[in-house]
Design a protein around this ligand. Structure first.
Ligand SMILES: C=CC1=C(C)c2cc3[nH]c(cc4nc(cc5[nH]c(cc1n2)c(C)c5CCC(=O)O)C(CCC(=O)O)=C4C)c(C)c3C=C
Ligand code: FES
Ligand SMILES: [Fe+2]
Length: 403
């Protein structure tokens, strides 16, 4: 009460101009102080080498991360991780050269800016909003983003995983790194945190994927469009990850089912079948296995081969686990699988564009954040559902909860 009365008195005696001058003097810069960011949204993703020469450091960070790959942990992980990354670099660098570098940074920054602008309009009470990018294995890394948030005086920070479906190997790894780096930089008390850990069934996200499918389906010949087999392709995970109860595989399957339910039969130019929204067949496949141990199957390669063997001539591949294009879509699907498909006799092979600059998707991101702020929940109910055998103390923490 005393503080309130004295600040009112200060306002009356100094006026707004006097306060601004006092703040500028305290700032010591002689410039007008920047407007504080009320809500900072940290876009968490794995990132990718924007330039081919960044491939080495990117792979080095990835293979030294025990959350994404277990190479024995501790010193063993450091040694084996460095060796495996070094061996893999020349081949993968060439692939990044072929696609002109990973576009993940470009698209994440674009989507974040658009999302923040939409949020300023639809949720003025938490404005100004600003998006920050924190990549796990490429620039800008988590510490760079945290320092920028500190400079901007962010009050409420939202850790927003850019993986729609949760996996401890992706979203979990980014969150663990976030809390580690926050402690290392001594920023434990700078921000109040909340977490958007997953959004596999968000209507806007499903709509954006459905739009991408519709766009491509319309490019197939109208007469044969109903015969197009839709192959949803998600990045695979080791069976060890599935066995310990990671949520990824279930959440991918949920997204796929929901997208298929949205897909309207009018796209194929046929009459609607009651109770069935599409006439296209679909299958879920898993791509990009690394190493020799068992990973989630069927692989996208074997699905394509077998579809060809069975006489299917038209196939549409839909990447479903990522929000922008990257090496696995542009190189693996667009070049390698396209070749496999041709050899297998699939005459018309197409794949959807990543969500990239989709306005529907940017609106979806803003809506995910709005819903999160309106609900005033620090994380989803599943966030605290740790993997059944997980002993890692860092997993599923939150620092300084906002709500
Ligand atoms: C979207 C989900 C992803 C999961 C799950 C995932 C798991 C996973 N990945 C590796 C190893 C590599 N992944 C690489 C690239 C890469 N991975 C994903 C997504 C997931 N990975 C994306 C989007 C990308 C491409 C990044 C870009 O192009 O910008 C790579 C590098 C490329 C290569 O060497 O082939 C590796 C290595 C493991 C071990 C893993 C385990 C769960
Ligand atoms: S690895 Fe899944 S909760 Fe720790
Ligand atoms: Fe990967």
């Amino acid at each position: 009460m005393m503080a309130l009365r004295s600040s009112r008195l200060l306002l009356r005696t100094q006026g707004a101009r006097g306060l601004a001058a006092a703040a500028t003097a305290a700032n010591g810069s002689g410039e007008e102080p920047a407007k504080k960011v009320k809500t900072g949204i940290l876009m968490l993703n794995m990132g990718g080498p924007s330039k081919p020469e960044e491939t080495g450091p990117f792979l080095n960070r990835l293979f030294r991360d025990t959350d994404i790959i277990d190479l024995g942990g501790g010193q063993m992980q450091e040694v084996f991780g460095t060796v495996v990354a070094r061996m893999r670099t020349p081949k993968v660098e060439k692939q990044y050269e072929e696609i002109g570098g990973s576009p993940i940074r470009k698209w994440t920054e674009y989507q974040g800016k658009r999302m923040a602008a939409i949020l300023d309009e639809i949720r003025p009470e938490s404005a100004p909003h600003k998006a920050y990018t924190a990549f796990r294995y490429a620039s800008p890394l988590t510490d760079v983003a945290l320092e920028e948030m500190k400079r901007d005086g962010v009050e409420h920070a939202i850790a927003f995983s850019q993986f729609p479906q949760w996996s401890c190997t992706t979203s979990g790894s980014s969150m663990n790194e976030l809390w580690r780096e926050t402690r290392r930089l001594g920023l434990q008390d700078n921000f109040r945190w909340s977490i958007i850990d997953r959004w596999p069934l968000h209507e806007g996200f499903l709509e954006a994927v459905t739009e991408r499918i519709t766009e491509r389906l319309l490019e197939f010949n109208e007469k044969t469009r109903k015969n197009v087999v839709i192959v949803f392709s998600a990045h695979s995970v080791p069976m060890k990850v599935v066995e310990k109860g990671d949520h990824y595989v279930n959440e991918i399957a949920a997204s796929v089912k929901a997208v298929m339910e949205r897909l309207d039969t009018k796209v194929v130019g046929e009459g609607k079948i009651p109770g069935l929204r599409t006439v296209n067949k679909h299958v879920l496949a898993w791509q990009s296995k690394v190493g020799f141990l068992p990973w989630m199957v069927p692989s996208t390669e074997s699905v394509l081969k077998n579809l060809g063997k069975r006489g299917h001539k038209s196939v549409l591949v839909v990447p479903v686990a990522f929000t922008s294009d990257h090496i696995e879509t542009l190189f693996e699907i667009g070049m390698e699988y396209a070749e496999d498909a041709e050899k297998a006799g699939i005459a018309d092979f197409r794949f959807t564009e990543g969500l990239n600059g989709s306005e529907t998707f940017c609106n979806a991101l803003a809506d995910v954040v709005k819903n999160h702020l309106d609900a005033k929940q620090n994380y989803s109910p599943q966030y605290k559902m740790k993997c059944l055998t997980c002993q890692k103390p860092l997993c599923r923490q939150i620092m300084n909860p906002a709500f």
